[in-house]
Unconditional design. Structure first.
Length: 160
């Protein structure tokens, strides 16, 4: 009888990365673009973590609040449940949360952790990803003419 060697954490992360289903973006009230919700990311990742026996423990390293803007920096320890000594820490991921009441910290943590998971597992989320391709091209400001150029343009067509 042959005993199969347990997968290493790196092998498990590789498997999750290449079997994770695409994340579906959705519309929400008040914003003109599609969003990648925490629930959508969590649902896809959680089932793969359970299947592969991988535990992720997120940690807030720093947080600040200025007015209604909360910033957090997080990392996460990833543990191979089959061999708990096989672990790694990844990070640092920054999240921002804007809220007038006490929800800014939670929003910032959710945002940072969501992007930590999405980048760790290289999730595909469609064409509206937060990137340079999802925003319209910036227009260059019109070049101002110098006084000499304005005068030259105004008299250029005149015959003297």
């Amino acid at each position: 009888m042959t005993t199969q060697k347990p997968m290493t954490l790196v092998e498990k992360l590789h498997d999750i990365t290449h079997t994770l289903e695409d994340i579906q973006q959705g519309k929400t009230k008040g914003v003109p673009y599609k969003i990648t919700s925490w629930n959508e990311v969590n649902d896809k990742v959680k089932s793969q973590l359970q299947k592969n026996k991988v535990l992720i423990i997120p940690r807030v390293l720093e947080h600040t609040k200025e007015g209604n803007l909360t910033l957090v920096k997080m990392n996460a320890e990833i543990i191979n449940v089959d061999m708990p000594e096989d672990r790694m820490t990844i990070g640092d991921y920054v999240g921002h949360g804007i809220d007038q009441s006490d929800k800014g910290f939670g929003k910032a943590c959710s945002y940072a952790y969501k992007y930590l998971l999405m980048k760790l597992f290289m999730t595909s989320i469609g064409t509206d990803e937060d990137s340079e391709f999802s925003n319209p091209q910036a227009k260059s400001p019109a070049k101002k003419q110098t006084t000499a150029e304005v005068i030259d343009d105004n008299i250029g067509g005149l015959e003297l």
